[in-house]
Design a protein around this ligand. Structure first.
Ligand code: NDP
Length: 284
């Protein structure tokens, strides 16, 4: 790796951040392209987030933002794009001190489907999103952009699903369901997306999804473990599946372009998925 005094520096800010795979992904791309650049993790507690961004905005080219700072990041920006949908930003870019926010999770989600379930089309039928947090909002935004005819949001707190459904989704009908009405939500679904933290590191469980039609594609945003109980149960029932690592790499690509002004190299040049699987202790 070549780093001079003129290097472009970006990073990821979270609390905690030690688990983040973003430094591994971005630095592998930087190295493969021979850029004069670096990507660094920053562990910053919530009460210091604002002063941290203030200090960085004239120094770094940008930051990826992870929990718990995603909402505050949006509030600190002077301008934003897709981040509005999600009401949360996972990307801040700095241009001579001007802070812009974006959310590349939506792009990452669609890239993951394109990579692992290429036959699936968003515009063919209803899609079920489980959860009502920032990632669920990004998923509904992605599906709206991709022309989904209907999205059904299912959450353990029905009122959270209803709140999400009542946001402005540009004429796309979004209906809300509680877990007690899951089988109606699953009826005719072309895909079911887990956007909750249930299953993260094996903790928490979602209800049984056996009522989904056989052709439904199952996607889990969680990538640790890679094969969550949610995806494994779907696989055993014969469904196609899409994993959260494909989404993580999919959301990193537009971030890299925003930071360094060049597209990251292809998987043939550097296989960041293999690097991540090794770091996660997974076999792939
Ligand atoms: P939030 O905290 O904003 O939302 C979490 C959601 O999960 C809430 O709706 C919460 O419900 C629900 N939830 C938590 N535990 C359970 C449970 N046991 N059963 C049912 N629902 C549950 O988090 P995010 O939306 O930002 O992230 C959600 C998940 O997506 C995380 O695991 C995150 O790591 C992952 N993610 C992955 C990405 C990727 O690139 N692969 C990108 C972004 C997110 P309640 O409000 O009732 O607590």
């Amino acid at each position: 790796m070549r780093i001079t005094g003129a290097a472009k520096v970006a990073g990821v800010v979270g609390w905690p951040v030690a688990h983040s795979l973003s430094p591994l992904i971005h630095n592998a791309w930087i190295e493969a392209l021979g850029l004069d650049a670096a990507y660094v993790p920053f562990a910053v507690p919530p009460e210091r987030f604002e002063s941290f961004v203030e200090a960085c905005r004239f120094v770094l080219v940008g930051l990826n933002v992870t929990l718990p700072h995603k909402q505050r990041a949006l509030e600190l920006a002077a301008g934003w794009t897709a981040a509005v949908y999600a009401q949360a930003a996972n990307l801040l870019t700095f241009d001579e001190g001007e802070v812009s926010a974006d959310n590349t999770d939506a792009e990452g989600l669609l890239a993951a489907f394109a990579e692992q379930a290429a036959e699936w089309r968003a515009d063919v039928g209803p899609v079920v999103v489980i959860g009502a947090g920032g990632a669920a909002r990004a998923a509904v935004g992605a599906l709206s952009d991709a022309g989904a005819p209907e999205v059904r949001v299912v959450a353990r707190r029905k009122e959270a699903a209803t709140e999400l459904a009542e946001m402005n989704w540009c004429d796309m009908p979004v209906r809300s369901y509680g877990f007690d009405n899951l089988s109606s939500a699953l009826s005719g679904a072309t895909a079911v997306i887990n956007a909750t933290s249930a299953g993260l590191n094996g903790a928490g469980e979602l209800p049984d999804m056996a009522a989904a039609p056989p052709e439904t594609v199952f996607m889990d945003m969680i990538y640790s473990p890679l094969r969550t109980a949610f995806l494994e149960a779907a696989r055993v029932r014969g469904h196609s599946t899409v994993d959260g690592l494909a989404m993580l790499i999919g959301q990193a690509r537009p971030s890299f372009l925003a930071f360094f002004g060049v597209e990251p190299p292809s998987a043939e040049v550097v296989d960041v998925r293999a690097l991540c699987l090794r770091a996660l202790g997974e076999r792939g």
